[in-house]
Design a protein around this ligand. Structure first.
Ligand code: ADP
Ligand code: MG
Length: 726
């Protein structure tokens, strides 16, 4: 989910002076003053005074007074204590265990501790920033905090100009305790700058879903890599990272990135005694249907059925309806209203069965989900663990069934392989990036690009492209993302539009009125074109549009995002330099592909291994079963005493006739990986460009081993190219 929205532009214009000059006590602090105060505070805290007693007391009263709970759960208290002492911490608790309190309590407690110590009266108690990727969850938390009388706000794309201004004023005047934002916000230099000047400073940054920072996590988000830099830049006092799923490797990554001591990593076992982990192996995908129908008849109650593709979700839901089950499909392709409706119906028990892709579940806190079924193999063990973890939150017995067959691997491999572009694509893309004409701006030399069209031009999928750009930024220090811009704005005109805007004789008003082009409902404003033809400033035009929006004259929507990167170092330009960089980057990308394939294999290994499922799952996350047990006594392995076996796979061979057919249809000889992708059925921009996706050769060898295909096409390309040079 992107957090870019009209509000972002407004923050980019934030006046730093304005932010600092209006503090409660009518006095601003320079950076050095802030640091001084902080240092003296540190030494005070380190004195062997009654600090620990005070911390413990305040933490407990805050739990009771502000949140209405009597006792801490799990390791909540240890984590909160280390944060209040000024240390960094990592919390790994399963979903629903209560991670939020680990930062919400400190956020409220700082002020109380400051007051008790008579500390900081000059500068206020600062704020806690929560970085979280899910806007919907942030909003829920902010609403809940406001109901409890805790001053919290959320900066996201849905906020109006006034709401943004109100939040900024609250920060400036020291009225706000907690500020939620998405990681994309950290690309906004206006935001970063303003956070450096918050009265009282940033007491704590909480990084939710912290596994996203690790390339070895299951949902790596390049923007998360910038969180650590952000924390340094704004001189946050301490950090708490939180996640429900972290392998030891991911936990190490997070601890290293945020300077967290081993002794401050707090974990609880993912083992859930009321979940029965089951699995069954079948010969073909078709064999799964009767098994699923039978299972659902025998196990009533709220049920989630997970599949991989949106289309599968639709089809399976319709199959289930025909069998008489009350069900709905849920996936990211549905309209927001439809999604909300399905979620509500599921929560209220009106729809007992939802067939869903990975899109369903985040933030679903239904206590009585009785069954979680995997109609397809999960992509990773983390994903499996999170999805089965949604069952039985009420502690009552619940079933988790996974159906596995050899066909399952194809779809997963298709995804993983599709994320690795060919080396040529990477080389050409880098060359394009580095030879673009930079724009001179007051911020420095800026290059602009549109990720969507860049991906299309060079046959790159969105996720590897985003990772590539983050790597150029963080590992090679060549560029730095700054606030993106919208080149195109759309708006819907309200009744007063013609009268009001037509009568607005300001330069910007006229420019907008005469340049907005109307299609049926929406008007389009091409900001870049207006800037070129009128010489007006982007910021002024956007301010005008926002002003109309705020007055209810138009309903404004931004689209056509243009990413902007500041050039930090001389960019490679010699062919050898670009080659060298290409090699370095490509090695990483190949490792990622192998890694994705390995992760799916690990899910299959867990299911088909000779071990209790619950034990294998706990061990994957670096833990064991309670009391050193080695069996849960109710998973498929424990119940049958046998491993789940997949039918043997046939030895791979290559259908040479089909290979020849592909070579006859597709004349590409500079990119063997591309040919292998066509044979395997992996769609990409170049496939569409050559109109191969509708050709019968496309996916004609989808049952083949991808590496064998690659070998054959490499041979064919080499032969063709050597003929050319002869
Ligand atoms: P997580 O982020 O780990 O998934 P949440 O922080 O959303 O979990 O907490 C889940 C639920 O548990 C919330 O409704 C929260 O109020 C409740 N909760 C958390 N800690 C406690 C506690 N110590 N006592 C009672 N309820 C708690
Ligand atoms: Mg949470």
């Amino acid at each position: 989910m992107s957090d870019y929205g009209s509000g972002d532009e407004l923050l980019a214009d934030v006046n730093v002076e304005g932010l600092v000059s209006g503090t409660k006590r009518g006095r601003s602090l320079s950076h050095d003053q802030t640091r001084e105060v902080k240092l003296s505070k540190r030494t005070k805290a380190e004195e062997p005074d009654d600090n620990d007693d005070l911390i413990d007391r305040v933490a407990k009263t805050t739990l009771k007074e502000n949140f209405g709970f009597d006792q801490f759960r799990h390791e909540q208290f240890s984590a909160i204590r280390s944060i209040l002492r000024g240390e960094n911490a990592l919390v790994v608790f399963p979903t629903g265990a209560g991670k939020s309190l680990c930062y919400q309590i400190p956020a409220v407690a700082f002020e109380k501790i400051d007051a008790a110590k008579n500390d900081r009266d000059q500068m206020g108690s600062g704020i806690t920033i929560v970085v979280s990727p899910l806007i919907a969850l942030m909003k829920d938390q902010v609403d809940a905090l406001l109901r409890r009388g805790i001053a919290a706000a959320c900066l996201d794309s849905s906020k109006t100009y006034e709401q943004m201004q109100e939040t900024n004023a609250a920060i400036r005047e020291g009225r706000l305790r907690m500020l939620y934002c998405a990681p994309e916000r950290l690309n906004n230099e206006g935001f970063v700058e303003s956070m450096k000047h918050v009265p009282g400073g940033i007491r704590l940054v909480a990084v939710d879903e912290a596994h996203c920072i690790s390339e070895w996590g299951h949902s790596f988000r390049p923007d998360y890599l910038k969180v650590a830099r952000f924390i340094q830049e704004i001189k946050a006092e301490r950090v708490i990272c939180l996640t429900a799923t972290a392998t030891p490797r991911v936990a190490d990554d997070v601890a290293r990135a945020f300077n967290i001591d081993k002794s401050n990593v707090f974990r609880t076992s993912p083992y859930r005694p009321n979940l029965q982990l089951l699995a069954e192996s079948v010969n073909t995908k078709q064999d799964k249907f009767p098994k699923l129908f039978k299972f659902l008849k025998e196990h009533p109650g709220s049920t989630l059925v997970y599949v991989t593709l949106q289309k599968q979700a639709e089809n399976l839901a319709s199959d289930l309806s025909k069998q008489g089950f009350k069900t709905a499909a849920f996936h990211a392709g549905l309209k927001a209203e439809v999604k909300t409706q399905i979620q509500d119906d599921f929560m209220a028990g009106r729809i007992p069965i939802v067939v869903a892709t990975i899109a369903f579940g985040m933030g679903i806190d239904k206590p009585d989900i009785r069954n979680v079924l995997h109609f397809d193999l999960s992509n990773t063990i983390e994903e499996y663990s999170q999805q089965v973890g949604r069952a039985g939150r009420d502690g009552k017995p619940s079933h988790c069934m996974l159906y596995i067959c050899n066909d399952d691997f194809y779809l997963k491999e298709n995804f993983a392989r599709g994320d690795l572009p060919s080396r040529q694509s990477l080389r050409r893309l880098l060359e394009d990036l580095f030879t673009r004409q930079p724009v001179h701006t007051p911020e420095g030399e800026i290059i602009k690009l549109n990720q969507l069209s860049l991906g299309q031009d060079y046959d790159f999928r969105a996720s590897p492209l985003a990772i590539l750009l983050a790597t150029l930024e963080l590992r090679f220090g060549l560029i730095r993302a700054v606030t993106p811009e919208y080149s195109v704005y759309k708006f819907e005109a309200m009744q007063s539009y013609k009268r009001y805007v037509g009568g607005d004789y300001s330069k910007e008003g006229k420019a907008i009125f005469y340049n907005a082009t109307q299609a049926r409902k929406w008007y389009t404003v091409d900001i870049n074109a207006i800037m070129r033809s009128t010489g007006l400033l982007r910021a002024d035009l956007i301010r005008k549009l926002n002003d109309y929006n705020d007055r209810g004259i138009i309903v404004l929507k931004a689209s056509g995002v243009e990413n902007r990167y500041k050039i930090l170092k001389k960019l490679p330009s010699a062919p050898e330099e670009i080659d060298e960089l290409t090699d370095k980057l490509y090695v990483d990308m190949e490792i990622k592909e192998k890694d994705a394939l390995r992760r799916t294999q690990e899910v299959a290994d867990l299911i088909t291994g000779d071990k209790c499922f619950a034990l294998a799952l706990a061990q994957y996350f670096g833990m064991g079963l309670p009391d050193g047990k080695t069996k849960c006594d109710h998973c498929t392995h424990c119940l049958t005493g046998k491993r789940v076996m997949l039918p043997p796979k046939p030895t791979p061979t290559v259908n040479m006739t089909a290979i020849q057919k592909i070579l006859a249809v597709c004349k590409v000889r500079d990119d063997p990986r591309f040919l292998a992708r066509v044979a395997f059925g992996i769609k990409s921009p170049r496939v569409f460009e050559l109109k191969l996706h509708n050709n019968s050769v496309f996916a004609s060898l989808e049952d083949h081993d991808f590496d064998l295909l690659l070998r054959e096409f490499t041979r064919a390309c080499e032969a063709a190219n050597s003929k050319k040079t002869d």
